[in-house]
Design a protein around this ligand. Structure first.
Ligand code: FMN
Length: 328
């Protein structure tokens, strides 16, 4: 029988399939369902830095320094259901109810007041912390270097405030991703999650307003993380987690062949229910047995760029082949 167990962020996982940070795992019931379906671990839905700041500033001075609209939204929509104190309770309750690792998640953009909260997340019993560094680079006055430096500052500050193993989830919008990935992996984080799927933007032309769109990913979106996992495997001092567009066992196997340590899924579970987890795991087992692989490490990274003799040439040749193929 093929052995699907693996390690990630220093944790032992019975398989590399993780339920990605989402509303699927925002309460104990969802987390129990994930475990029952066979998931190797879960990443809790993110807590927003603004919520932690709001609570902390109000405790200290009674005043919140953020944007007034942000404040109203936080009070009316989020804080009541998913505030910092409830989040800590959720972590400890989940830890008492399930055996799989619980990875907490904080969505942050600055090295500010939330940092002390990271310690409380650790004390509540989380096994690791994933930082969702979501920053849309809309400011035309900021250089790419300045944006990258802000990210690095946040990560370094987080490292100083918690002993939890850290993973960092980033989007794909970097000019020199290899260099940046190397730099953040050099800070001592253990995992790099590629790629965060940003809120999809659309416009309602009847109501003349901005709306969200495509809540769930499509399998075609997977190729971006597949390429970068393949490029970064063995080039960064971090374990790589793949996310976005991975909907089935073939997607998971491809990501591991490219070099992923684990795979984080959400959309396919929203669309097909938690039973998809069992199906994916059983298909991976059959595939491994068919190919005579006994454990995940037997094929992880075997199709990464690091295994190609001349990686630059390989990339260029694939590009030329693809274009000439289309022309035929
Ligand atoms: C409804 C929903 C809620 C999500 N909430 C979070 C979140 O709180 N924090 C986070 O880092 N990612 C969040 N995500 C992104 C997922 O963790 C995941 O990275 C993304 O959906 C891509 O994976 P997928 O293609 O399997 O859906 C959310 C996704 C969905 C669909």
């Amino acid at each position: 029988m093929a052995d699907l167990s693996t390690s990630y962020l220093g944790l032992q996982l019975k398989n590399p399939l993780i339920i990605a940070s989402s509303t699927l795992v925002q309460n104990v019931q969802g987390i129990r369902e994930a475990e029952a379906a066979g998931a190797g671990a879960i990443v809790l839905r993110s807590l927003f830095e603004e919520l932690i700041r709001e609570e902390s500033e109000k405790q200290q001075s009674g005043v919140y320094s953020g944007h007034p609209e942000e404040y109203d939204y936080i009070l009316s929509e989020l804080n009541l259901q998913y505030g910092p104190q409830n989040y800590l309770k959720l972590i400890s309750e989940a830890k008492s109810k399930v055996k799989i690792p619980i990875i907490a998640s904080i969505n942050c953009t600055s090295p500010k007041l939330w940092l002390n909260y990271a310690k409380q997340v650790e004390q509540a019993g989380a096994d690791a912390l994933e930082l969702n560094l979501s920053l849309m680079p809309t400011n035309p006055g900021k250089t790419s270097l300045e944006i990258e430096q802000e990210f690095v500052k946040v990560i370094k500050a987080a490292k100083e405030h918690t002993k939890l193993p850290l993973a960092v989830k980033i989007g794909p919008y970097f000019t020199s991703l290899s260099r940046f990935a190397n730099q953040i992996c050099g800070t001592g984080i253990k995992g790099l999650v590629l790629f965060n799927r940003f809120y999809q933007f659309d416009i309602d032309i009847d109501k003349n307003e901005i709306i969200g769109a495509n809540w769930y990913s499509h399998p075609s979106e997977m190729s971006l993380s597949l390429r970068w996992i393949s490029i970064l495997f063995r080039h960064v001092n971090c374990e790589l987690a793949a996310t976005t567009g991975i909907h089935d066992s073939r997607g998971v196997i491809k990501q591991i062949l490219a070099g992923a340590q684990v795979v984080e899924i959400a959309s396919t579970v929203y669309l097909n229910g938690f039973t998809v987890v069992k199906k994916i795991l059983s298909e991976i087992t059959s595939w491994m047995e068919h190919h005579h692989y006994q454990k995940i490490a037997d094929f992880r990274g075997s199709l990464s760029l690091s295994k190609q003799k001349n990686p630059e040439l390989y990339e260029r040749l694939q590009y030329i082949k693809a274009l000439t193929g289309i022309e035929k």
